[in-house]
Design a binder for this molecule. Structure first.
Ligand code: SF4
Ligand code: SF4
Length: 431
């Protein structure tokens, strides 16, 4: 029987793109590259307006949790300033394309065999290539590796893609299997871990077979099949389902001996070593009933949503909702004039019936669905009343934004929306 966790939901499948091979989008007229990292730190530009830059060249760097930023096209720095992004207003570098695709000399294969390289040197290279988690959080991969050393005994490859509509990871696993497995091997050496398990949902059997073909017979690798359920891709649920262990509140997977990397991150690591290409490509599913040609794409980082949607034929009908990400955890956007960043894995344009919320009927469905065993009805009520002490008492900050509570609520109460407001209020109070 497929492994799983308590709570969560099984949503109606909305898969328009599962059988569509990955397509490389040609580079756009310009790209907008945000300078912010994970948290509040921001990278410093290493270039000035008017400078010529080459594809793969490092154009900004910083300290702490900031990853170096690299040019995803060759061209000229046309502006440095504040621009709208899917995460709000951010400092960005804008590059105008010269369409010469000229590669920076920094883009070169790693020059020593991985097996003979010290883990610290591997970690330094991963940082230098700007690799962060591509599962949505943008957490620095080098920081995760440093944290894993000496604590983790098992690496989990998160191949779960549980949000409706999103299929890019599934295609990546089918089409770039060797590269993903190659990246996993590099990460294992960097983390000092001897065992890796690929975790996939049971609707991706073909991808599980493709991986098994490469790792069958090895004591170091396993493929685990999980029940197709949302939010299976959440690290806590993944660890719960696979290891039957609970990550303590405010702790990391290393507290139970595991380190988790998203499959696309593993692919980026492979490219960073084999060709020396930094993290300048984004895997993206563009989908929804309003998109003329739904697609799985590989696009230059920083391409605008508008250019991506144009490449997909534009809208067939005017969408009611434009989302950055999937329908469960994605953020609504009011404009297509924002760039695709390292935190964006999907673009959805959908028509959605307009529901009116009615009062809570105390059915308890939200409580049953919450994979973290929170009491969502209590959380949204506390935020509505402005009682942040109560919200905190009920652990609002533990909420992972999965949206299961909102999905199951028969009263159509925007529970997650309220919870997000509450978390923002508490975050502001802390700063
Ligand atoms: S309260 Fe948070 S974690 Fe629980 S179901 Fe709602 S969104 Fe998910
Ligand atoms: S699911 Fe909706 S109606 Fe039911 S208890 Fe939760 S908030 Fe109330």
């Amino acid at each position: 029987m497929a492994l799983t966790f308590r709570g969560g939901i099984h949503h109606e499948e909305e898969i328009l793109t599962a059988n569509l091979p990955l397509k490389e989008m040609p580079s756009p007229d310009f790209v907008t590259l945000p300078l912010s990292g994970h948290g509040a730190d921001v990278a410093r530009p290493l270039v000035a307006v008017g400078d010529r830059v080459l594809k793969g060249q490092k154009i900004a760097d910083g300290e702490g949790n900031v990853a170096p930023i690299h040019a995803s096209i060759s061209g000229t720095v046309s502006a440095i300033g504040t621009y709208p992004t899917p995460s709000g207003e951010e400092e960005c570098i804008v590059l105008q394309n010269d369409f010469k695709e000229e590669l920076s000399p920094e883009v070169a294969p790693f020059d020593t065999p991985i097996g003979k390289t010290e883990p610290e040197a591997l970690i330094r290279h991963i940082r230098e290539k700007g690799i962060v988690g591509l599962g949505g959080t943008g957490f620095p991969t080098w920081a995760k590796l440093e944290e894993a050393q000496g604590k983790a005994t098992r690496l989990i490859v998160n191949c779960a893609e549980c949000e409706p509509f999103l299929t890019g990871i599934h295609r990546l696993l089918l089409e770039k299997t060797e590269e993903v497995v190659g990246g996993v091997k590099i990460l294992m050496r960097a983390a000092g871990v001897e065992k890796a398990v690929f975790a996939l949902e049971d609707d991706k059997e073909d991808a599980a077979d493709a991986i098994l073909k490469l790792v069958r017979g090895s004591q170091n690798f396993a493929v685990a099949v999980l029940k197709t359920k949302y939010p299976q891709g959440d690290e806590r649920q993944l660890v719960r389902a696979l290891l039957r262990k609970e990550i303590p509140k405010d702790a990391l997977p290393t507290s139970v001996g595991a380190v988790v990397f998203n499959a696309e991150t593993c692919w980026s690591v492979y490219r960073a070593f084999v060709s020396g290409m930094p993290s300048i490509t984004r895997l993206l599913t563009v989908s929804g009933d309003c998109v003329k040609e739904p697609s799985n794409l590989l696009i230059p980082m920083g391409t605008s949503f508008r250019a991506v949607l144009d490449f997909c034929g534009g809208f067939s009908t005017k969408p009611d909702k434009l989302l950055s990400g999937g329908p469960m955890m994605g953020h609504a956007l009011w404009s297509t004039a924002v760039p695709v960043t390292k935190k964006v894995g999907g673009i959805l344009a959908i028509t959605s019936p307009l529901y009116k919320a009615s009062p809570c009927i105390h059915c308890g469905r939200c409580v049953k669905a919450c994979p973290l065993q929170l009491i969502p009805s209590e959380l949204y009520r506390s935020v509505e009343k402005g009682d942040m002490n109560n919200a905190r008492f009920y652990d609002i900050e533990q909420c992972n934004d999965c949206g299961c509570c909102t999905y199951v609520c028969p009263a159509r109460i925007p529970i997650l929306q309220n919870i997000r407001v509450g978390k923002e209020i508490l975050a502001k109070k802390r700063t």
